[in-house]
Structures are given as C-alpha cells and as structure tokens.
Ligand binder design. Structure first.
Ligand code: FAD
Length: 386
C-alpha cells in the first residue's frame, strides 16, 4: 500500500489536536509576536492543557502513559503541531524518547525515561560538535574508562532543549566505538559555555554549546546498545516529524494566504483573480499534497518495512521534499500578503524565518540527497518506489 487510510481514532485525535492549536496556540503566538519573547509560565500552562486534553506521550507504550501510536498516527498529529509557530507545537504533541526505551537498560529507563513520561522534564540530544555536524564520523568527544567510571571530554553544539533538560544524551567515542552516555546537568565538568540566539527566536527551545572537561559519569550511565545505531534511529524519527510539521505549516500558510487573496482588492478585483497571485498558491497546494503523500508513505514504510535502509531512503526523500516545499510555500504566502506579510504579527513572516532550519537540522538537504543517491546507486530505484 502506497499510503494507507488514517484509522478513525487517529482522524478524530488529529482533528482535536488541530482545533486545540487554533484555539490555544494561535492567541498565544499573537502575544509572543507583540511582546517579542516567550513567557515560561504561559508555556507550562499550554503544556498542562495539552496534557489534560490527552495529547502527551502518545508515542510511548501504555506502561509509560502512552498509546503506542504507529508512526503513521504520530506523523498525522505532528502535522497539526506544525501549524504552530515559535515551536509551540512541541508543547502540544509532547513526545517521549521512544528510541531510548529500545536501547537503554531497565534501570536507565526507570531512572531517566519514566520522569519524562510523567511530564517532569525533557531530555536533550548532544551529537553535533564544532568539527562534526553532517559527518558524525569525525566526532572528537571521547569517553575513557577509569575504574567504574567513564571520563568525558569534548564539546557539543546546538544542544536543543526547552529550559533545563533532565539529562543530556551525549555521543562520544569510547574504546573506538561511538557510544551514548546519559549525563545529568549537574555532573562536575559539564559546562554550558554559550547560548547563541537563532533566526527562529523567540522559540520554545534554545540551543546552547556545552563543554565536557574530565566529566565523570558512572558505568551505569553508558547506554549499552551501539551509539551510532541509537543516534541514527533518533535522527530517522526526527526527520519524519520535520517533514510532517512542514506539511502542517504549509497548510496554514495556504489557508491564510488564500483567504487574504480572496478578500483583498487591487486594480479593481480580488488578488485571487490576478494569476500572478493565484498561480504561486496553486503551486504550493500541489507541492503540499505531494509532500504529504510522501511523508505519510514514509511513515507507513517506517511501520511496516523490515529493510531499514529503504526506510532511511524514503524518510530522507520526505524530509528533503517537505522542508524545501515549506520554504517555498512561506515565501509565496508572504509575498501574497505584501507589506503585511513582513510584519512579525503575521504567521507568514514567522514561518518564513522559522522553517529555514528544517533544511538544516537532522541532516541538511544535501545530506538527504546523499542518503537518497547512495541508496539509488546501491539498490536501484525500484525498492524505493514500492
Ligand atoms: C537550531 C538548531 C538545532 C539543532 N539541534 C541539534 C540537537 O539537538 N542535537 C544535535 O546533536 N545537533 C543539533 N543541531 C545540529 C544540526 O543537526 C547540524 O547543524 C546539521 O547536521 C549540519 O551540520 P553543520 O552545522 O556542522 O554543517 P556542516 O556539516 O559543516 O555543513 C555545512 C554545509 O556543507 C554541506 N555539506 C556537508 N557535507 C556535504 C557533502 N558531502 N555534500 C554536499 N554538501 C555537504 C551541508 O549540507 C551544509 O550546507 C541543530 C542545529 C540547529 C541549527
């Protein structure tokens, strides 16, 4: 099946999440646009309301308070969260680190993952370094065994977290292998060096630079599974969610821009009757449908295909196409609004800034093309088209 129907319960949930975003998030965005910053109290309140509405941790298994949603189901909800700007959708469809459940020890799950599922804190992934972003093979951070401990040294950049994370998941080279370590923020030797400002600010997350200097963590903090595989799985899931959020963003941009184009008059007729305005929106709708089909298709492949290499290729195509599509959709929508589109109070202006990162994080567009091209030359086109 290329794209399956969404089950009835997911359709209903998707509608409720969409309505929640419109009712609870859009007014908050307007306040943030006016004030220029996000108030942590307002954010906590939003998260609490979303949790009460039953939208949190749905990707987690029932023993961690979730519904074990399929990837297709998660992508459908993530799409709705993408309609929010300032990253506020993350507080609505609040996910748990499902990937960690598969690779951490039972003790690590109890101690670190269970509090996330209870809504006590969130985690932060620290893979990227100043000298290793696209090419994580160049990782410089090291972990050296010393008795019952590991001693970490290295520098991590762009460590995304909302407020103070409960723990960092740090990728370092230990005895020749890339390995993940769970590091608590108060570990001696861990220092947040700088928190740069980013183009998408004010944003729900910040992305500090962190240094580890002889930072000692116990053996019980080492994630036993391959760090390389664990990191790849996290990246894979995040790529799909980026694709889904880009589809949601483009949908909102189209709704808002087409409503404006039909209401605003210039040269004696509504803007929508000028082909120069209508055709770009027609292109956006066409490309959005294509991106959506690709994203749902990749999510279905994630749920059903045993060959993960093919899944990686399909997810790369979805992330590449959806993120580039959303960038174009934002640019066109802003243009349709004219000067009003350049005001921060207009979601088109905010998306124009905020969607740019979707072509960079979790692997740039070039890296997605690399994944796709490598798969094509190794396996041919056929397995990716089914
Ligand atoms: C806001 C934000 C949040 C982030 N959050 C996290 C996080 O939570 N955790 C984390 O670990 N990382 C995070 N990242 C890091 C992100 O994943 C990297 O920025 C990204 O993978 C690119 O790495 P780089 O910035 O080092 O660019 P580089 O790898 O230096 O690449 C620079 C340019 O060269 C191109 N390039 C590189 N290699 C090739 C090639 N072989 N062929 C063609 N072009 C190539 C790239 O596409 C890019 O255009 C975040 C980044 C941002 C901006």
């Amino acid at each position: 099946m290329i794209v399956p129907e969404l089950p009835e319960d997911i359709r209903e949930l998707k509608e409720r999440v969409g309505a929640f975003v419109e009712q609870e998030v859009y007014p908050l965005e307007a306040i943030i646009a006016e004030r220029g910053s996000i108030d942590p109290g307002e954010l906590d309140e939003l998260r609490r309301k979303a949790r009460d509405a039953g939208f949190a941790m749905l990707n987690m298994p029932p023993e961690h308070g979730g519904r074990d949603l399929s990837m297709l189901g998660q992508v459908a909800l993530e799409e709705e969260s993408g309609k929010a700007t300032n990253g506020l959708g993350f507080a609505v469809v609040d996910r748990g680190p499902r990937e960690l459940l598969e690779i951490a020890t039972p003790e690590q799950v109890d101690r670190f993952v269970a509090p996330i599922a209870r809504g006590e804190y969130r985690e932060a992934w620290a893979l990227t370094e100043p000298g290793a972003g696209s090419d994580l093979a160049g990782l410089q951070a090291t972990a050296v065994r010393d008795g019952d401990d590991w001693v970490l040294n290295g520098e991590k950049w762009f460590v995304t977290s909302e407020g103070d994370p409960g723990f960092y998941i740090v990728l370092a080279v230990a005895e020749g292998d890339q390995t993940l370590f769970i590091v608590e923020p108060d570990a001696p030797g861990l220092e947040i060096v700088r928190t740069p400002r980013f183009l998408h600010d004010p944003y729900i997350d910040h992305h500090p630079e962190i240094v580890f200097r002889d930072c000692r963590v116990p053996e019980s903090s080492r994630v036993p599974a391959s760090g390389d595989e664990g990191a790849k799985e996290w990246i894979l899931v995040e790529r799909l969610f980026i694709a889904a959020r880009c589809c949601g963003a483009a949908k909102r941009l189209l709704d808002e821009a087409s409503a404006w184009a039909q209401g605003r008059e210039a040269f004696g007729s509504p803007l929508s009757e000028h082909q120069g305005v209508a055709f770009p929106l027609a292109d956006s709708l066409t490309e959005l449908l294509a991106a959506r089909l690709l994203t749902y298709h990749a999510a279905h492949a994630f749920d059903t295909l045993a060959d993960r290499k093919i899944v990686h290729g399909k997810v790369a195509m979805a992330k590449l196409f959806a993120s580039e599509m959303a960038g174009r959709a934002a640019d066109r929508a802003l243009q349709v609004f004219g000067g009003r589109g350049y005001m921060v109070e207009n979601p088109a202006a905010r998306f124009y800034r905020e969607l740019r990162v979707d072509r960079i994080w979790e692997g740039t567009s070039e890296i997605q093309r690399l994944v796709i091209a490598r798969g094509l030359f190794k396996r041919g086109a056929a397995p990716y088209l089914g």
